[in-house]
Design a binder for this molecule. Structure first.
Ligand code: MOS
Length: 711
């Protein structure tokens, strides 16, 4: 029996439920001192005077840093790169400027966390404040075209304007999404430890140990070999721990000065300004279509905020480049507004989850305008080649997603008219949306060692964000070696292991997974060549016969970037949602959701289903609950805790049904797998918004769909 394809439970499950798994902040290092950051109360201006005398004399204090005495750093590298990704270009405590509320203005190191926090409260500041600029429909009028970040900022295929103008049916609407924060269960934490030889170890909450190592090496101006980054368990990342944020640099520098290990753990509230967030967007979509609903033109323009010092772009219009065909043409563009806030970042699922709300809401509006069933409208606009690049898709089971998802949901029993379905006092609504998701191809290396006892060790510098990496890599190696999974141990999360890429972009299975498969195959071949004999005797006997204690092999998976391949590789989905709406209270409750996914071959249906359920819940939060409220006068995020920032709880989540309809995709990865995790968070929000429209006849174009928008 092969392990790949089996619904195996987590290899690290027991460690986690018994509390034996050590998360970053659980790791105790002898002699550790603790850090507390003091934050700016203004959002724009500068510090005029800082009085640290009271803080320095407070009990237990070892050091107080401001911009005057923190060691200097090298500037963050430009252009931005996934290989050494800074979360924020503006570095902490290097000058007297203040660019956003919550910016670090002092740092206290003390014997305990409480002592540090108390001393921090004693630092006195005088500011020269200026009125901050915040993101709004008003400031969005000042939006500018930023330099390219990940993809080209604009795209144009054909003549979209003309195509839209020639359409018998037209939609032109604006859709908006809210600022959101990752709110991982595990707060960001760093423990920085210097040894006598000037080597630095960082216990770090990160989705990218090697990227963190490289960025720290550049900014601190030290050789890469002198830095080790460790992260063996992560309590949720969601993109918020993908890049290096200022607190990591502060901890490393402070530890060097005080000559003690320094631990810096952010509080829940601090995470709103010390690490990134998903920026709000204002998106305009214009569609033209013939009377049968076939798109003749599509234009998608998005505006999002970025800090005065950085160029983060939320590529909300990205999906519109490739999801549906439009005979006349497709044009997209992104602009940014420079405001006083910290730098936004990738948040599950960056770009796509926001853009699909606009695009798939607009498609729903078009379906009603045309009098065509929303599933039929998508089938009519399906395409076998990527409209942007013209390349054929490596695989695109969109039809299966739509048809099998609809069948499972019972879509044929839906009545098309809004407000036509009821359950007692509730209006019932059923809506759907489709999705496309970027597939990343990144290089990765891994090592597999066969031991004399017949067991195997997998070593790969990738991460388990809570998603099941330990488990799926065990399965992949077991099959390549011809061993049962229990015989395979997996080690991750340490820069002393073979280098891997960031665990972002839903790319770990396809890429890090491929490197493990190749290393396991190489180890097996090496062992067989050594013995030159029948493999059926088992590795233990085989190694003994050839007189070696271990056999080890490394492999380097080095794919061409997706954009350079002969085919366009994407994952696909269709999401179906049913809501019930209490008209008098404006309350929306989810009844059920069905998600049908094409993510290529599924390595582990159990962890994949967990991913999908997590993604749907994530999308439900986006649709109905989540928003980081910013006060326009102080430019501070206001609801910086779980009582003010609402995420779904068990009571919010109904039955979730998940189908995988994809097949082995050799172009995507030697494993046949395409990206899955973030795909599942996409198009949940428009499916729900479309269901709300079906229930109520009210089109809400602004997320989240809160009570007041339905009254
Ligand atoms: Mo994901 S936002 O690329 O971790």
């Amino acid at each position: 029996m092969t392990a790949v394809g089996q619904p195996m439970s987590r290899a690290d499950g027991r460690l986690k439920v018994t509390g034996a798994a050590q998360y970053t902040a659980d790791i105790a290092v002898k002699g550790t001192a603790h850090a507390a950051i003091v934050h700016s109360t203004i959002a724009s201006g500068r510090t005029v005077s800082i009085d640290t005398s009271g803080a320095k004399e407070a009990p237990g204090v070892l050091a107080v840093f401001t911009h005057r005495n923190l060691p200097r750093m090298n500037p963050t590298p430009q252009p931005w790169s996934h290989l050494h990704p800074h979360g924020q270009g503006y570095l902490p405590l290097q000058d007297d400027k203040v660019h956003y509320a919550g910016q670090p203005v002092a740092l206290v190191i003390a014997e305990t966390r409480d002592a540090a926090a108390h001393a921090g409260s004693l630092v006195k500041f005088e500011y020269a404040a200026e009125p901050p600029v915040v993101f709004s429909r008003d400031s969005a009028k000042e939006a500018v075209e930023p330099p390219q970040f990940l993809w080209p900022v604009a795209s144009a295929v054909g003549d979209a304007e003309r195509g839209i103008a020639e359409g018998a049916l037209r939609i032109d609407e604006t859709y908006t999404t809210a600022d959101r924060h990752h709110n991982q269960m595990e707060p960001h934490a760093t423990t920085a430890v210097w040894d006598e030889d000037g080597a630095l170890t960082l216990y770090e909450t990160t989705q990218h140990i090697f990227g963190a190592r490289e960025l720290v090496s550049i900014v601190l101006g030290m050789p890469i070999e002198k830095i080790r980054v460790i992260c063996q368990f992560l309590g949720g990342g969601f993109g918020g721990k993908a890049y290096v944020w200022p607190h990591t640099l502060l901890a490393a520098l402070a530890a060097g000065v005080v000559g003690r290990p320094v631990k810096l753990q952010l509080t829940r509230a601090q995470m709103y300004a010390m690490a990134g967030h998903q920026p709000a967007t204002i998106q305009r979509i214009a569609l033209g279509a013939d009377k049968d609903g076939r798109l003749t033109g599509l234009r998608h323009d998005s505006i999002s905020p970025t800090p005065v010092f950085d160029n983060y772009i939320e590529y909300a219009a990205l999906a519109s480049r490739s999801l549906w065909a439009a005979s006349g043409g497709i044009a997209t563009n992104h602009k940014v507004v420079r405001v006083n806030r910290n730098t936004p970042t990738a948040m599950r699922a960056p770009h796509e989850a926001l853009g699909h709300f606009a695009l798939e809401s607009a498609m729903d509006e078009l379906a009603y305008r045309a009098g065509i069933d929303p599933v039929m409208l998508r089938l009519r606009n399906d395409t076998e080649s990527d409209p942007l690049s013209g390349r054929p898709f490596s695989s695109r089971a969109m039809r299966k997603c739509l048809l099998e998802g609809a069948a499972r949901f019972g879509w044929e029993r839906r009545r098309g008219e809004p407000r036509s379905m009821r359950d007692g006092r509730y209006l019932i609504g059923q809506g759907m949306a489709a999705a496309i998701y970027t597939h990343w191809r990144w290089p990765a290396t891994a090592r597999v060692t066969l031991n004399s006892d017949g067991t195997a060790l997998v070593e790969a510098g990738t991460h388990d964000l809570g998603t099941g990496t330990y488990t799926v890599l065990q399965q992949v190696a077991a099959d390549a070696l011809g061993l049962s999974p229990e015989m395979v141990t997996v080690r991750l999360g340490d820069t002393r292991l073979p280098a891997s890429h960031a665990s972002i972009g839903s790319a770990t299975m396809a890429n890090a997974g491929a490197s493990v498969m190749l290393a396991a195959k190489a180890a097996r071949e090496k062992a067989l060549a050594l013995a030159g004999s029948n493999p059926n005797i088992g590795y233990s006997a085989l190694l003994a016969r050839s007189g070696v204690s271990t056999v080890s092999a490394e492999a380097d998976y080095d794919p061409v970037p997706e954009s350079d391949g002969p085919k366009a590789v994407f994952s696909f989905a269709a999401v179906f949602a049913e809501v019930r709406v209490d008209q008098e209270l404006g309350l929306v409750r989810l009844n059920r959701v069905v998600g049908a996914y094409d993510a290529g071959r599924i390595v582990n249906p159990k962890t994949a289903r967990s991913q999908a359920i997590g993604g749907i819940i994530w999308g439900a939060g986006q649709a109905l609950l989540e928003q980081s409220e910013m006060d326009p006068t102080t430019a501070r995020f206001l609801n910086r805790n779980f009582s003010g920032y609402l995420v779904p709880s068990n009571a919010d989540i109904p039955e979730l049904d998940v189908l995988f309809v994809g097949e082995f995709d050799a172009e995507a990865s030697p494993l046949g797998a395409k990206g899955l995790g973030e795909l599942t968070a996409v198009s949940v929000a428009p499916a729900i918004a479309n269901a709300v429209y079906h229930a109520t006849g009210k089109r809400v174009r602004d997320l989240p769909i809160t009570v007041e928008k339905l009254l």
